[in-house]
Design a protein around this ligand. Structure first.
Ligand SMILES: Cc1ncc(COP(=O)(O)O)c(C=O)c1O
Length: 361
């Protein structure tokens, strides 16, 4: 590449670009995508109707305050709508938080196998990502507390975590919040919160600590990954800061309308939660019966650990040739792992059948 006098800010060229879940396998048709933790049942019919209804108004700018959507979130989750911010996917909130609170010389802390966007967004604003060890693939609050230094500005903890699927008790997050220096902002990422039967949405924690923030997404149980809608909840001061740096029309009108309808279709969400839990159990039990190590997952995916990297590569290839696309997680420190989204029943059954044959069981 020709050299020019233009160079990006320090940190940017250290970013390893995000690699999304594969959607195709060369030479294989009729594939099933189990690589991005999407909802196999799609989005609710009401959300799809709301999306279609927008097609007559494509010339109208979206609401820049996301007022109707914020009200729906506030009503459904019992929150103060003035302390909600909506975003173009929760990825955008991760970027806003790093942009607003971290920069050169600052650390952004997350866990050993934490979601890769935390590190990417940290580097994008010149900060340094720091990873605290996990214990048996679980977030370790003591390790996080020990890793905090005067340079730490942000701490991201996904609970349930991705790609491990593990969960820590709400009380543990309370212990983390209590141990934080006031200049550190703890971000609890609840991307998979809706898959839990009862999710402690940490409202009490957020009420008691101005430096605790929660992010959520419509990409997972609500099945709206294509539309890109996320939201966050925290102190009025943090919401004010984030609103100053977001674009006025960061969430498009169709996305706002569909997200609101999705949120209000609680029957669909409940159905997906129940079905996911049943099939997650079926998949986990089946994988364990094949001798594969799996932690109990609280999300809509299971991390299967093979004997070694070569076995995981072989299994990935065998699944791909059968049209089942799963996620390799080498970049997350699991060369021996494959993360498998909980699909429809028949697809979970096919995953197990292909692996049984591959492992010669
Ligand atoms: C833990 C976690 N946080 C955030 C996201 C970002 O989701 P989105 O930007 O689609 O809202 C994901 C997506 O996979 C995730 O797994």
């Amino acid at each position: 590449m020709a050299m020019t006098g233009i160079s990006p800010r320090p940190g940017i060229l250290d970013i390893i670009p995000y690699v999304g879940g594969k959607a195709h396998v060369e030479g294989v048709s009729n594939t099933v995508k189990l690589s991005s933790n999407e909802n196999p049942w799609g989005a609710s019919e009401q959300a799809r109707q709301a999306f279609r209804a927008l097609s007559g108004n494509l010339h109208i700018y979206p609401a820049s305050d996301h007022g109707t959507l914020r009200t729906a979130i506030a009503e459904t989750c019992g929150l103060d709508g003035n302390r909600i911010i909506c975003s173009n996917g929760s990825d955008e909130l991760i970027a806003f938080l790093c942009h607003a609170y971290a920069g050169a010389g600052d650390d952004v802390l997350c866990t050993e196998h934490g979601f890769s966007m935390y590190g990417i967004c940290a580097r994008a604003c010149g900060a340094t990502p720091v990873h605290a060890r996990e214990t048996d693939r679980h977030t370790d609050v003591d390790a996080l507390l020990a890793a905090i230094t005067p340079a730490t500005r942000l701490i991201f903890v996904a609970n349930p975590n991705n790609p491990t699927g593990t969960l820590i008790e709400a009380a543990e997050l309370g212990r983390l919040a209590a141990g934080l220096p006031p200049e550190c902002l703890l971000v609890i990422d609840g991307a998979y919160a809706e898959f839990l039967d009862t999710y402690d949405d940490h409202i009490a924690l957020i009420e008691n600590h101005d430096n605790v923030f929660m992010i959520r997404t419509f990409s997972k149980i609500y099945g709206l990954g294509a539309l890109r809608v996320g939201w966050g909840y925290g102190s009025a001061a943090v919401i004010d800061v984030l609103n100053r740096i977001r674009g006025p029309f960061n969430v498009n009108a169709a996305a706002q309308a569909a997200a609101e309808a999705a949120l209000r279709d609680t029957r669909f969400v409940e159905k997906c939660r129940t079905r996911n839990a049943e099939l997650r159990r079926f998949l986990t039990d089946g994988l364990r019966r094949l001798g594969l190590a799996c932690d109990t997952s609280y999300g809509n995916f299971v991390l299967a650990r093979f004997a070694d990297e070569a076995e995981a590569d072989g299994a990935n290839e065998a699944l791909g040739l059968a049209g089942l696309i799963v996620r390799q997680v080498k970049g997350y420190g699991f060369p021996e792992g494959l993360r498998i989204t909980v699909g429809k029943g028949a697809d979970c059954g096919r995953v197990l059948a292909v692996l049984r044959e591959f492992l010669g069981k």
